[in-house]
Design a binder for this molecule. Structure first.
Ligand code: SF4
Ligand code: SF4
Length: 334
């Protein structure tokens, strides 16, 4: 299995590790086999977040008894010292552990987020206090804005950086990753499969493995574990033909797509925004014109119910024009 040293943390982790966002979509009973299968397959790094509803609780319930077998990464949207200290205690309780290996500032989206984190009584002070108390070991930062992450890394306060990186989103290669390397900061690639949009999974993961990063594809079924780990077991660089194949898919997807992260939720009128967008994509791009209208019909609220309040757009880290897209979905599917 390909392993990576996670920068100055010196943790040696599996190059394909476990993104624990999607297990919030599993029932409590379904999550257990997935988490155990990941450990049994050799994955030794799990990344969750306070914001991923019951993801922490599922980790605590099912694999806290195997805590010595894995490194644990978590994150919080809190921007204040008091807020993040409270979150760390909740995370420790949920995951039934005394220490979290890596605790990250979650989603630095705007300048005011970074300013608040670094300010007196900001979240960074809280993380340092938790570190001194032995509740966390290392401090990291996550986000989608490369300029803000570059600013954050230049403070030299963070041991890891987590950013979208995949064959469609390669912006981090220009300045962020070289800066991280120069400061010995570990690099974690979120959305390595473009939030499920990239269908050529094996090629996409081999693209990532050719870079010195740790990828955390989301997994919520046992079959995803074998599929995702296969490229890391017998790594081969992409051939020229495979590179062209992947570039072709990347071109079709473009850069302005929904990653199914769910940050836009909840919707004011209960529309399941990521599911609505994935159904529409399958309808228009993959020609699933029989199956999708039936699946779409079972959603509790339809795109046509959108009242254009815009709350979701202020939460979307990719600044997607959700209201405009809802109109397109409504025109095609109702
Ligand atoms: S703009 Fe539409 S989709 Fe977004 S939260 Fe408001 S009602 Fe929901
Ligand atoms: S619309 Fe934006 S926030 Fe919502 S799931 Fe898609 S990418 Fe995430």
């Amino acid at each position: 299995m390909e392993m990576r040293r996670l920068g100055r943390t010196d943790m040696k982790v599996t190059a394909i590790s476990f993104g624990a966002l999607p297990i919030q979509r599993c029932s409590m009973d379904e999550a257990g086999p997935v988490l155990h299968a990941a450990l049994d397959a050799g994955i030794n790094f799990f990344d969750t977040a306070r914001a991923y509803t019951d993801s922490e609780a599922k980790i605590g319930r099912y694999i806290s008894s195997r805590r010595k077998e894995y490194y644990l990464a978590d994150k919080s949207m809190a921007r204040t010292k008091a807020g993040i200290l409270k979150d760390i205690d909740i995370s420790l309780g949920n995951m039934k552990t005394d220490t979290i290996d890596l605790y990250q500032i979650h989603n630095i989206k705007e300048q005011k987020d970074l300013d608040a984190v670094l300010a007196p009584d900001g979240a960074l002070e809280g993380l340092k206090a938790a570190q001194a108390a032995g509740k966390i070991r290392f401090i990291g930062v996550t986000g989608h804005s490369i300029p803000l992450l570059i600013q954050a890394l230049r403070t030299n306060e963070f041991s890891t950086v987590q950013v979208p990186f995949n064959c469609i989103e390669t912006g981090a290669l220009e300045e962020l990753f070289p800066l991280a390397d120069s400061l010995d900061i570990g690099k974690i690639a979120m959305k390595p499969l473009g939030g499920g949009q990239i269908t050529k999974t094996e090629l996409a993961l081999r693209f990532i493995l050719a870079h010195n990063v740790v990828a955390i594809p989301g997994m919520d079924e046992v079959k995803h574990i074998e599929e995702n780990l296969a490229p890391a077991k017998h790594f081969r660089p992409l051939t020229a033909v495979e590179q062209r194949e992947l570039a072709e898919e990347a071109k079709t997807i473009g850069s302005n797509f929904c990653r199914r992260c769910g940050y836009c939720m909840p919707c004011a009128v209960n529309i399941d925004i990521p599911t609505t967008f994935i159904y529409h994509l399958q309808y228009v791009r993959y020609g699933m014109t029989d199956a999708i209208p039936q699946r779409y019909a079972s959603l509790p609220a339809k795109a046509s119910a959108c009242i254009e309040c815009g709350v979701c757009e202020s939460r979307c880290p990719y600044d997607l024009p959700i209201r405009e897209r809802m109109k397109k979905v409504a025109a095609d599917l109702g």
